[in-house]
Design a protein around this ligand. Sequence first.
Ligand code: ATP
Ligand code: MG
Length: 559
Amino acid sequence: MRYSQLFGKTKKTAPADADSPNARFLTQGGFVDRLAAGIYQYLPLGFRVLEKIKKIIQEEMNAIGGQQILMPVLNPVEIWKQTGRDETIDDVLYRTEGAGGHEFVLAPSHEEPLMVLAQQIINSYKDLPYAPYHIQLKFRNEARAKAGVLRGREFMMKDMYSYHVDDEDFQKFYEQSKVAYFNVFKRCGLEAYMIEASGGAFSDNISHEFVVKTMSGEDTMLLCEKCSFAQNLEIAEARIEAPKGADEEEKPLEKIDAVREPDIKASADLHVVPEWKVLKSVIYKVNGGLLGVCIRGDLKVDTKRLEQNLKEKIRGATAEDLKEAGLVPGFISPIGAQIPFIADHSIKYVKNFSTGANELHKDYKNANLGRDFQVKEFLHLADLPLTCPNDGGALTEERVIEVGNIFTLGTKYTEAFDVKFTDKDGKQKYPTMGCYGIGVTRLVGTVVEASHDEKGIIWPESVAPFQVHLLTLGNDDDARAQADKLYKELQTDGVEVLYDDRDESTGKKLNDADLIGIPLRVIVSKKSLEKGGVEVKARTEKESNVISVDELEKLIIKQ
Ligand code: ATP
Ligand code: MG
């Protein structure tokens, strides 16, 4: 490809809203263009990278028995009603009305349309296992599209689904999928970690995430310093002993007068209980709204952890915020409060808490989780170090981005769509399922996040848009003629070459080459010809050297 003719060139400066290396370099380098928040167009350079990543994924999925299909983006809402997901994930669904008032959703994932196929295709144990997959756009009304192509509202995903006669067969495939996933990420030049994501070993709902370390990631990975344990902070639980006597019989809830100072110690004194038996409620302002956090009275909320978990910036609620929400400082309680609450794991192990009653000088005695108040979610929020559940080793925290995940689905979807097969014993059974996602467009951005320097991208060869960036420098006719010739020869040899044939300054051309980040830069100039050939430099290296055209061809073909 002659750069002079390329549709979409480098930009002088990065867009002001580029919030991450991938947003900056992909846009400035002419790979993608942002149409609106979370919506990107792919230009020829970006499209070539995307296609290479897709090919790697296809090869690895096919290798474990995946069969590629293509499902539509536009889905009749009825199939989403069948699983209830039109309501449970309503917040991310884009809906649209078609002719005759028919309602559609733009698919945010594709379990539902696939189940319609499965109803027709799966009949007998002889049909199974199946592992259809597709690579398709997804649409999600993400509250916050951010970090370039890492979190889009329209993005491309590879999603595979597998159907099995029983758990044993599913487990076998689940293990194979892990290997295939590691292969995909390795071939994209990424070091991926597989981490426990939800459920855990003793749950029915096992899932694993594949993550890559990057500053622009939104997740936090916990890594044991001693063993291979790796977990998402979201499901981490500080292993603190429940205090002695914490697990007693639940007593009836009582509201009492409580003329006391508005703090934990005063509450513990009044109720004549240890501080751990007082339910502490701390209120934060998050994303424009208020959020309550419950924690044991003797522990502190670690606000950094809270931010890491929520993936949002937070601040403490002001007296005015509390007043508006009808909350009384020092007497706050999740019981009857009009704002959502989450909690630290520590409160799960204590019965009969003392807590405020959302009125001045009124408290509750014997408040119990589940019976008297609910919380939306349990997280590790306490100001306590985390330790490895296997060996007690210290856990380090790393910022990561999730590039893929694999899930145990069991019979949730086959039951919802009544997909059954006749087993060997003649009985009708529900196939057991797994699903396996990879963020294809997210991977484009992740490679950039993982592999760049201050000048631009450093593409791994496997996914680089071109293998060779050929440049002519200076206005020398002979050099240009030699470069033209080399360009043709390399193409004949099947080498992917981007040829910067523009009449631009040396500085501009070299800067562009660094920004675009093709693995091998080859310069043909008067100077290089005088030295007997072409000047070559790998994008990963600082020094260049001059070699003959013959040597160059050997070098490239060997690659
Ligand atoms: P996340 O926690 O990042 O929102 P998710 O759990 O919603 O991800 P899935 O629905 O399982 O993810 O999607 C499978 C894969 O698709 C993810 O592992 C991720 O790589 C990618 N992905 C998910 N949401 C987005 C998005 N908004 N933009 C780009 N890629 C995404
Ligand atoms: Mg999501």
